[in-house]
Design a protein around this ligand. Structure first.
Ligand code: FE2
Length: 231
């Protein structure tokens, strides 16, 4: 998509892979989700199916995702203007996870960027150390999923530690934009997502409105987001 920045529109967080997680119960839902995305002008969907290491294995997740990607490739053929679908995962943070070498398997496409979901119940110094470890020792770039779910103190700390952050579109509904303006304008919000679960019609309407807001606050946002993910 390089060279056509005006048309680039990335959904960086979406549960659209059929039967890969609870966000999409099958091909009919996936098809409806892709139609909604196409109608909104989305060009790329980063498919971030949930990976919960405490109750799943990497092998099982990857096998499930492979089948789902094959199914969605078939679905895309029947949808005009269907967005490209990029395999990824939303990896739930557990302490044990960081002692393994499996994290690169969950990165976005062929990049070194990995979407990490924190448990809002236990964000403490161990968590910040683990994230730093992923970045500085494992050489990956953790991006914090739906950072809008967390308290101001957490967001500030993540920002001070220079972790890139992903915002859900609902966070930019009036009158909440001002909370995120500094992070969008400083470049620490690197990605915008619908976090779509199911096929609610307003998911992509909301993303489209949010994309217009971020481009207004930070012109070229989508182009930089694409570069961040290696799209
Ligand atoms: Fe999600």
């Amino acid at each position: 998509m390089k060279g056509v920045p005006g048309k680039l529109f990335i959904d960086a967080h979406a549960h659209i892979l059929p039967a890969a997680d609870h966000g999409c119960d099958g091909t009919q839902t996936a098809s409806e989700q892709l139609r909604l995305a196409a109608a909104a002008g989305v060009t790329h969907i980063i498919a971030t199916s949930h990976f919960y290491p405490q109750r799943d294995t990497a092998e099982a997740f990857l096998a499930r995702r492979k089948s789902a990607l094959e199914a969605i490739a078939e679905i895309r053929k029947g949808i005009e203007g269907a967005p490209l679908v990029i395999p990824a995962a939303e990896v739930y943070m557990t302490t044990e996870l960081y002692e393994t070498d499996i994290l690169p398997l969950f990165c976005v496409g062929g990049s070194r960027v990995i979407l990490i979901e924190l448990s809002s119940g236990y964000i403490n110094d161990c968590v910040y150390r683990a994230l730093t470890d992923i970045r500085d020792r494992k050489g990956l770039t953790p991006v914090i999923a739906h950072v809008d779910r967390y308290a101001d103190t957490t967001v500030r700390r993540l920002s001070e530690l220079y972790f890139p952050m992903q915002l859900n579109s609902t966070a930019l509904r009036f009158p909440h934009t001002s909370r995120w303006r500094p992070y969008i304008q400083s470049g620490q919000i690197t990605a915008l997502g619908s976090d779509i679960h199911g096929a609610a019609r307003n998911s992509y309407r909301s993303l489209r409105a949010a994309a217009a807001t971020v481009e207004k606050l930070s012109p070229g946002f989508m182009r930089r987001s694409a570069d961040f993910f290696g799209i």
